[in-house]
Design a protein around this ligand. Structure first.
Ligand code: AMP
Length: 418
């Protein structure tokens, strides 16, 4: 089975190839044909199943025809990370078309979101609170929305967004297509779905289970010891598939080569490789030819491998969103996962930011029996250790976290307006 069967516009097909998707995932196989027919969909699926492309692709297909520069598709997501992820995927897949999108969420200034909206977009990807704010400001007109997507509906409900969702629904045309995705189906969500979906087709992927836990650990280490620490770690730790992230293409390539020389079944995945080479690396990783993949953030975006036991941040990511994205690759589909981060003195600020986002301190670990030489891992992050992360938040960061944890809920919004 391949993507040809869906008869997507050739510009979309070209992008599907360019991002490296060759075979539709099970949810895509089930949901895309139904969504293309204009039917409502009830999708029971977790992230990691390919659900985002399952709703983005039919939306793009619809938007390649008809009026431009009016909001015709609305995608509502609970967190800014998810909204950004959807936005990025939309950007990638829509690159050859005239379709434009914007992501809107709280915790950041409205200015650039408003200017993007004013320049004209067809797709709005939004967290509920900021969406309502911008509607109230007269910046978003939802009266011509043809497709609504509610993503991670159960999480939205957990975060207290249900009243906001009801408000949003009232602003939309009754005549529309609704695509509804949820990993679980508690009573509230079932009721909401029953109310808003018309004769939906249900697609269900995998067993419905609570979110997976990923355990996080930090390994203080100077840059010159990272490689030996990694080797020692790989020798000491029972692992399955290991995905290692590096900061640069060069480091990914060299690391994979070094590991290979030392007898590990490893491959690199980085932007200087041809699409063909990249796909070979991903397929080899998925099929078990390689146990280890050393990748850069950008190159790793198309990876759809569910059983990754460890994500190792050989280099700390540049942004907290990238951290979330990286570690989201383990702990999927009923597996538990571990996320290890190597960090030096210069990474302290980023670690603090990640801890603020997680709302907890990441456990510091020292690899037993590893020769750290004169370096004392315990000497790092002393100051940070004595300060609980939440107490040191800047206003901007506080908003950022709020927006991830229900900060746009009606109660908090009304407090902000007082
Ligand atoms: P999602 O469940 O939407 O979060 O997707 C999980 C990951 O799978 C994302 O990184 C997508 O880029 C990737 N992905 C989605 N569809 C495919 C596909 N057909 N083939 C390979 N990777 C995919």
């Amino acid at each position: 089975m391949n993507f040809e069967q869906f008869s997507f516009d050739r510009r979309i097909v070209a992008r599907i190839k360019a991002v490296g998707y060759t075979t539709p995932t099970p949810i895509q196989q089930q949901a895309i044909p139904v969504a293309l027919e204009g039917r409502d969909v009830m999708g029971l699926a977790q992230t990691g199943t390919g659900k985002t492309a399952a709703f983005i692709l039919p939306i793009l297909q619809r938007l390649t025809k008809g009026p431009l520069r009016q909001v015709r598709a609305l995608i509502v997501a609970p967190t800014r990370e998810l909204a950004e992820q959807i936005y990025q995927m939309g950007l990638d897949l829509a690159k050859n078309t005239k379709v434009r999108s914007v992501s809107v969420y709280g915790g950041v200034s409205k200015v650039s979101q408003i200017s993007r909206l004013r320049s004209g977009v067809e797709i709005v990807i939004a967290c509920p609170g900021r969406l309502l704010d911008l509607v109230n400001d007269g910046e978003i007109d939802l009266s011509r929305v043809e497709v609504l997507v509610l993503d991670e509906a159960d999480r939205m409900c957990d975060m207290g967004f249900l009243p906001d969702i009801r408000r949003i629904l009232k602003l939309l045309p009754a005549q529309r297509q609704t695509l509804f995705f949820s990993a679980t189906m508690p009573k509230d969500i079932r009721k909401l779905a029953d109310n808003i979906l018309k004769n939906p087709v249900t697609v269900q992927i995998g067993k419905i289970a609570p979110a997976k836990t990923v355990s996080h650990a930090l390994y203080p280490v100077p840059d010159n010891l990272k490689k030996s620490l990694l080797l020692a770690m790989l020798q000491q730790t029972p692992t399955g598939r290991v995905l290692i992230f590096t900061r640069t293409k060069y480091r990914a390539r060299n690391l994979a080569r070094d590991l290979e020389k030392r007898g590990f079944r490893a491959a690199a995945l980085q932007g200087n490789m041809s699409q063909n080479q990249r796909q070979k690396a991903i397929n080899g990783f998925r099929d078990g030819k390689y146990d280890i993949l050393a990748a850069t953030d950008v190159a790793a975006r198309g990876i759809d491998v569910s059983e990754i036991s460890h994500v190792i941040n050989f280099d700390i990511p540049d942004t907290v969103d990238a951290y979330t994205h990286r570690i989201g690759r383990t702990g999927r589909a009923h597996q538990s996962g571990e996320a290890f981060t190597f960090a030096g003195q210069a990474d302290e600020q980023m670690i603090q930011d990640i801890e603020k986002l997680l709302g907890t301190r990441i456990e510091r670990r020292r690899l037993p029996d590893f020769n750290y030489g004169s370096f004392i891992p315990e000497s790092q992050f002393q100051e940070n250790r004595s300060k609980p992360p939440q107490k040191t938040l800047s206003r901007h960061k506080r908003n950022h976290i709020d927006s991830n944890k229900g900060g746009n809920s009606p109660r908090r919004r009304s407090q902000r307006h007082k």
